[in-house]
Each structure stands twice: as structure tokens, then as C-alpha cells.
Design a protein around this ligand. Sequence first.
Ligand code: NAD
Length: 501
Amino acid sequence: MAERYFPDNLPTRIQHYIDGKCVDSVGGETFDVLAPVSNANYATAAAGQKADVDLAVASAAKAFNEGPWPRMKPRERARILNRIADAVESQEARLAELETFDSGLPITQAHGQALRAAENFRFFADLIVAQFDDAMKVPGAQINYVNRKPIGVAGLITPWNTPFMLESWKLAPAIASGCTVVLKPAEFTPLSASLWAGIFEEAGLPQGVFNLVNGLGEEAGDALVKHPDVPLISFTGETTTGQTIFRNAATGLKGLSMELGGKSPCVVFADADLDAAIDSALFGVFSLNGERCTAGSRILVERSSYDEFCEKFAARAKNIVVGDPHDPKTEVGALVHPEHYNKVMSYVEIGKTEGRLLAGGGRPAGLETGNYVAPTVFVDVAPDARIFQEEIFGPVVAITPFKNDDEALALANGVKYGLAAYIWTQNLTRAHNFAQNVEAGMVWLNSHNVRDLRTPFGGVKASGLGHEGGFRSIDFYTDQQAVHITLGTVQTPKFGAAATY
Ligand code: NAD
């Protein structure tokens, strides 16, 4: 086996960033960080506790209440956001290298994620400059207008799949809106997040606007959710974690934005361009190692094309290049962590009792260590099978036949999730009818997952709560205060003005 890739100048100690300084936990707590290719412990990270979260929130609250950021003109904030985007772009190669080392994502896909992170900042820079709010007039009587105000300290809690990009997804709209933030990145992948502090300092973001606390969800994440001075939580992660956060945020009546799990259908009708559908279905479930919230992890295929689809799909899956994530030829890398690897492997074993295995089914030959799973294809999977119903979040797909549109829709909607749906058909009427009836927050017709940043992002059912994306993200991080002004004479009913006898 080739020598393992090891980035130069790899940090071995990952700290919090609070009030403009890199610091350890107050109590000195740490946790180990593993590299997915070797599962070697390459660094220790500060494990934030309530005391650390208190300091980070105090810093963010001070920057919000006393600092310049929420009071700056949109153009001034936009200039800094653009400089952040420039800094992300200029470090793109390093970012991708660290992301791949820490998460196991293939390097070619990590490059795309870093560029997308920069684009998130540019997009929100443009948006806040173009932002306008409603003013309404009742002629001669009243004018009403919306006074938009950043809400305060936003708690941002993110998962380990595409960590840097998903952090940017929350950081960009939160700070663009004038909020200050405390970010709690995922504990499996703290490495790339440690670059934010330098990026923000270089761009001139005022001290205290950005704070970062590393740590476990049950400790640092929990303390952030329960902190009384944090009115907003934007969370991306598992549905069960979202439910816990929902409960914990109830006491403080906090604003919540939740992007949760998925088990999205890719529906292929017999009239589809089958080769295009196969390309897209393969990419949809095996890109990002299958660790993708919008993965098309259930493929539903019309009976008359089913055998041909399964045969071609499985042949391509067997041919996917699995290996060292730093190798540009690699298409599927190593899963993020041994805990997650064990979970995915347990589903592979369950799948063997629930479907017919056509590709993969375990560790790929020649990769004896590291969290590698061969792209795995199960066909003839019944709709009540666990591998049809439950999110696996790895390179494992369940394929099921259907006989007509009604059955396809029932199968597509027959799970608790509702994040994305992909539909392949040449029939325009069918495509639109299906799109409108499928229970999914986002639908792609004859397309793989490409997203315009202006569109709403979010899921329905167990896949999420609220929609971000474009102006909707700004709505989440701001209050829209209605201001009413009387024009002319005030027409108030005169209480207590009747003559008294
Ligand atoms: P996770 O829920 O285990 O963890 C996500 C984050 O929440 C981590 O930072 C974790 O430390 C924190 N956390 C855990 N328990 C907490 C608690 N009690 N209080 C506060 N914070 C807590 O999710 P994961 O395994 O990191 O990520 C994978 C999941 O994320 C999958 O289900 C995937 O579908 C989902 N996801 C969804 C989207 C989307 O946009 N819908 C995008 C990416 C990932």
C-alpha cells in the first residue's frame, strides 16, 4: 500500500477561539481527533464545557451590544464578507487538504466544497446590499414600514459531513445579518474549522463577532442551546439530535432552524434517459462517500426498465474507485470515524437479510485498515425494510421496482423523511405532477443536486423545520419590527371622555 498522506504543519492541538484569542478549555478538558484513513489519533481538541460556552457567549453578546458590527452599513459589512470570501479562496488548496485529511472526503470533492464556502459569503454580501424592506401606505391615514434588526447572538451547531462548507452556510447569513455568533463544529471534524479565526481576522471582522467552541454535542452543544443569552439556534444534524435540541430550546422560546436527516428517493420512469439517470443516481448516493443529507439513497425504478437499470447501475458501482481520499483518482474515500463506519457496516449486514446484494457488501479488497466501505447496492428491497426506511449516511443504496405513477409516489412518500427527491422522466406533465405531490422540501427534475443559493433549502416531515436559503436566511437571523405612523389627525376612540354626571 502507498505511503499514507500527511499534510505539512498539521496542528496537533486544536483550541477554542473566544473574544479574538485561541484558548484551551477553562478546565483543560480535551478529546482525541482521529484521521479516517488510519484511525490514528493525530490531534487533541479542547473539549468545551459550560464555562467555555459562557465565555464565548459573553464575548459575542458584548460584540453585539457594544461593538460596531450590528450597527454598520450593509455595504461596510459586505466589504468584509467579500474579503472573507477572498481569504477562503486564497487558502482553498490548504482547506481542501485539511478537510480531506480530517473527514475522509475525496480531495476533488473537498475542493468544490471550499469554493462553495467562499461563494456563500459573496452571495450574502450581495444580498444585504440589495436588501430592502416593505413600506405600506394607507393614503392620508398611516404609513407602516418594516424595521429589520439583527436578533443577537446566534448559536450555530454543525455536522461533520462537508464541515467547512456547512459552517459557512450558517456563518455567512448570520454575520451578514449583523448577528454575532458562537459556532460549535462537529467533534469528529474540528480541523478545518480552526482556520476560520485566521480568515476572519485577515478580513477585518471585529473582535467578538465570531467565536468558536469545540467539544461534544452533549456538553458544548447542550450548553449553547440552553444558554439564556442565545436567542437563536441554527442546527444541522441528525433528526434525533434535532428533537433533543427542540425540547431544550423550548424553555427559552428560541428561534430554531433545523436541517435534519434524509432518505431521499430517486425515481426513474421507463421513459427517462436511462444513461443520464444512472450517472446522476450513482453520483447522488456515492459522492461525498454517501455521507450526504440529500443523498438519493432509495432508487425507485419502473418495472419495465428495472432489470436493465439494476444491472448497469451495479456494474458501475463495482467500478467506482475507492481509496486514499487524497488521491485525485479516488471517487469514494474513507468514512469519517470508526463509530460511523461500524454503523454503516451494520446496515450492510442488515441489508443482506433484506435485499439482493448486487455490488459491494463490505470492506473493499486491498484496503485492510481505515474506514473504507465498498459502494454497496441492494436490489428488490421491500418498502418496510430497514435499509429502505432508515438513514444510513454511507455508500449504500436500496433499489425497489414500481409498476405505475401511483405506486411510485406511495413508495417515495412512504418514509418519515422528506428532504429531497430526484425524478427522471421525459414526460413534462408527469414530472410536474410528481414534483408537486412528492413530500420533499427540494425536488430535482432530470437533474442531479445543483442548487441556486437563492432558492429555499430545507426539508419537510422529519427532515427539518423552517427553510433557509437566500432572503429566508436573513429572515431567520433578523426581527422584522413593524413601525406604524399616523398621517394627519389621530382618530383614537376617546375612552373616559364622556360627560360625567
Ligand atoms: P449529529 O446530530 O450527531 O451532530 C450534529 C451536531 O450536533 C454536532 O456538532 C454535535 O456535536 C451536535 N450535538 C449532538 N448532540 C447535541 C445536543 N444534545 N445538543 C446540542 N448539540 C448537539 O449529526 P452528525 O452525525 O454530525 O451529522 C449527520 C446528520 O446530519 C445526518 O443525519 C444528515 O442527514 C444530517 N445533515 C442534514 C443536512 C441538511 O441540510 N438537512 C445537511 C448535512 C447533514
